[in-house]
Design a protein around this ligand. Structure first.
Ligand SMILES: [Zn+2]
Length: 300
């Protein structure tokens, strides 16, 4: 076993490196510290003990490497587990975790997928953020396909949007079935460069695009997993269902660069779901089933 390198404060250094939070979800904080191409992702899912978050992070990285990465055809964003001295992260973690009871923080070091140049946010809704650079030379889409596969006679995503009162017109299931749905998805479609549209439309027709990969995985797992409406206790939560719920909650980054006309696609947010979330899943499912069902919001 190689020795674990613990990142320590370098008191002798005269360079002051600022640490800042660049993202905050319910379960994680994303921190930029010293290197713009990498982020530190710290689990804060358990607000009382650092050791509980550390134990989860170790389980989580093993789960990602063993169970998720092999399914994703090289699309998973590069990431690795590192140990960081608790003293370094104390100023940030103090806000999120009441007792820092370990000397190191188990951190997932993850490639920073935010673009340095595509920083103008031109569309921002619950399931899609679109950024562009000056003159649209670089475009970055950050999106959540959610339940891109559904086995009901209504669309889970469009129905959930309606339930939440979201005005979203587009749907990733429709985009997968018909690439021209891109025009419904992107506000001010005509502002995007023709080269971008041609390239992304071609990508959407490719049999191994990120939406197709997620659709096929969700379909296969849905056939084996117990339906959420049939869950009665935490003992009903099996590995197939946890993996399915992970794949229903990922984030995808698609970056297009005019130079070379290239697309770069990555998947992040592939965490192991705690089994205790099952009550939340069944509650949502009950609300979906008792409300108005929608087979896609848009007819385009
Ligand atoms: Zn839909």
């Amino acid at each position: 076993m190689p020795a674990v390198k613990v990142i320590e404060n370098d008191a002798s250094s005269k360079n002051v490196v600022t640490m800042r939070i660049v993202g905050r979800g319910g379960a994680n904080v994303l921190i930029e510290f010293g290197h713009p191409n990498w982020l530190w992702r710290c689990c804060v899912r358990w607000p009382h003990l650092l050791s509980a978050n550390n134990a989860y992070t170790i389980d989580n990285i093993h789960y990602i490497k063993n169970n998720v990465e092999p399914l994703l055809h090289g699309l998973l964003c590069p990431m690795e587990l590192i140990d960081v001295s608790t003293d370094i992260l104390r100023p940030i973690l103090d806000t999120f975790i009441s007792e820092l009871d370990d000397e190191v923080v188990k951190v997932i070091k993850i490639k920073n997928l935010a673009s340095k140049v595509a920083t103008n946010l031109i569309q921002n809704d619950h399931l899609l953020k679109s950024y562009c650079s000056q003159n649209f030379q670089t475009i970055l889409l950050e999106l959540k396909p959610k339940w891109i596969y559904y086995d009901t006679n209504y669309c889970r995503n469009c129905t959930h949007n309606a339930l939440k009162g979201r005005k979203t017109e587009y749907c990733y299931n429709q985009l997968l079935m018909n690439s021209l749905h891109l025009e419904t998805m992107l506000i001010d479609y005509e502002r995007y460069p023709v080269e971008f549209k041609v390239t992304i439309l071609e990508y959407l027709r490719n049999a191994s695009n990120v939406f197709r990969v997620l659709y096929e995985l969700q379909k296969k797992l849905s056939e084996n997993a117990i339906p959420i409406k049939n869950l009665r206790s935490i003992r009903d939560i099996k590995d197939e269902l946890l993996l399915l719920m992970t794949l229903r909650d990922v984030t995808c980054f698609i970056e297009w660069n005019n130079a070379g006309n290239t697309l770069s696609v990555h998947i992040v947010d592939v965490d192991l779901k705690p089994k205790k979330k099952w009550t939340h899943w069944t509650k949502t499912q009950r609300r979906i089933e008792s409300g108005k069902k929608v087979l896609h919001t848009s007819n385009k």
